[in-house]
Design a protein around this ligand. Structure first.
Ligand SMILES: [Zn+2]
Length: 324
């Protein structure tokens, strides 16, 4: 089994909110709510990782390829997000992770998943099985438009071991411990494409990824960017002290940091704006214009404007090109 590792929408959403929480002062009223949301986001990510671990250890043969955290634009403006995709010569499997514990009940008309406690419905959510069917149909359309005709299966996978009252027959819903068996059964189907075509398919998907992430986040939450200090920070949240033209230090952590540029700029782009001017850069890093232009030119950014009005713009679809 081969695996293609991609940082997708889930990864970047968690990363951006970590940076956001580093920046927000403790007294910020929205902080509590954002911390809770981030905890849920990370629990979801951990669930997806558990599903991936089972897939990796499920004895998939060499001609299979696994991808995770996939976003594809089906038609302009409509994106589907899939937690895990297993490409085999016989079938494509989609796995959607669901992190709901407790007692659950599937109902129809409208299709919903209810969480029940002491006989009362305490939470009602969109039916994950119905969502899964939408995804499967969308992926099928997307593939057909690109000339791939291959069956698509898969399932919703509950990672928290809930008590499910009844699963209506034929509903694509399993628990994590059933995943290995589910994959083994799917591998018995007859191949419909060659190993080479599996690779072509994986490359087609990889080159079409378009994670939709609502950046910059400040606009979404209504924070005023002028009130915050955008200078380089340590992972502990502390603002770094500049000790020379090229070095910074974190006093509490007793760390010397040489290249805080990429992480600081990513924070800027993910939270504040999709553009930055050389002047803004120099203010953040307290550096010369020469240093600013030199650093900005070596990053995967688009250079726009001319001479003194030069600014740099990020393409959020190319976030993966940033390394630090
Ligand atoms: Zn620190």
């Amino acid at each position: 089994m081969g695996e293609i590792t991609i940082k997708g929408a889930t990864y970047w959403n968690v990363f951006a909110h970590d940076r956001l929480l580093c920046l927000l002062p403790v007294w910020e009223p929205k902080r509590n709510e954002l911390e809770t949301q981030q905890k849920n986001r990370k629990a979801g990510q951990a669930g997806e990782e558990r599903v991936m671990e089972v897939i990796r250890s499920s004895g998939l043969p060499n001609d299979c390829l696994v991808l995770s955290d996939i976003s594809l634009e089906i038609i302009p403006g409509v994106t589907i997000q899939m937690d895990a995709l297993v490409l085999t010569p016989a079938i494509i499997l989609i796995f959607e992770t669901k992190q709901v514990a407790g007692r659950l009940r599937f109902v129809r008309n409208p299709a919903q998943l209810e969480k029940v406690e002491d006989g009362k419905i305490i939470l009602s959510m969109d039916c994950p099985a119905a969502q899964f069917e939408d995804q499967r149909a969308s992926l099928e359309t997307w593939l057909r438009m690109r000339g791939f005709f291959i069956p698509i299966g898969g399932s919703v996978v509950f990672t928290t071991n809930p008590i499910i009252e009844t699963i209506p027959q034929g509903l694509p819903v399993i628990k994590l411990r059933e995943l290995r068996g589910f994959i083994a059964k799917s591998l018995q189907f007859t191949p419909v494409i060659s190993v080479h075509e599996v690779e072509v398919l994986a490359n087609t998907i990889r080159s079409s990824l378009s994670p939709y992430i609502p950046f910059p986040l400040f606009g979404k939450y209504g924070f005023e960017s002028e009130k915050f200090d955008w200078g380089p920070r340590c992972d502990c949240g502390n603002l770094l002290d500049k000790t020379s033209e090229m070095t910074w230090s974190c006093r509490p952590c007793e760390l010397v940091i040489k290249d805080p540029y990429v992480k600081t700029l990513l924070t800027w782009f993910l939270l504040r704006s999709k553009t930055i001017t050389v002047k803004q850069f120099c203010l953040i890093f307290q550096c010369s214009r020469r240093t600013g232009v030199r650093v900005l030119n070596r990053l995967p950014l688009m250079r726009k404007g001319n001479a003194r009005s030069t600014y740099y713009e990020i393409d959020y679809r190319q976030l993966n090109l940033f390394e630090w």
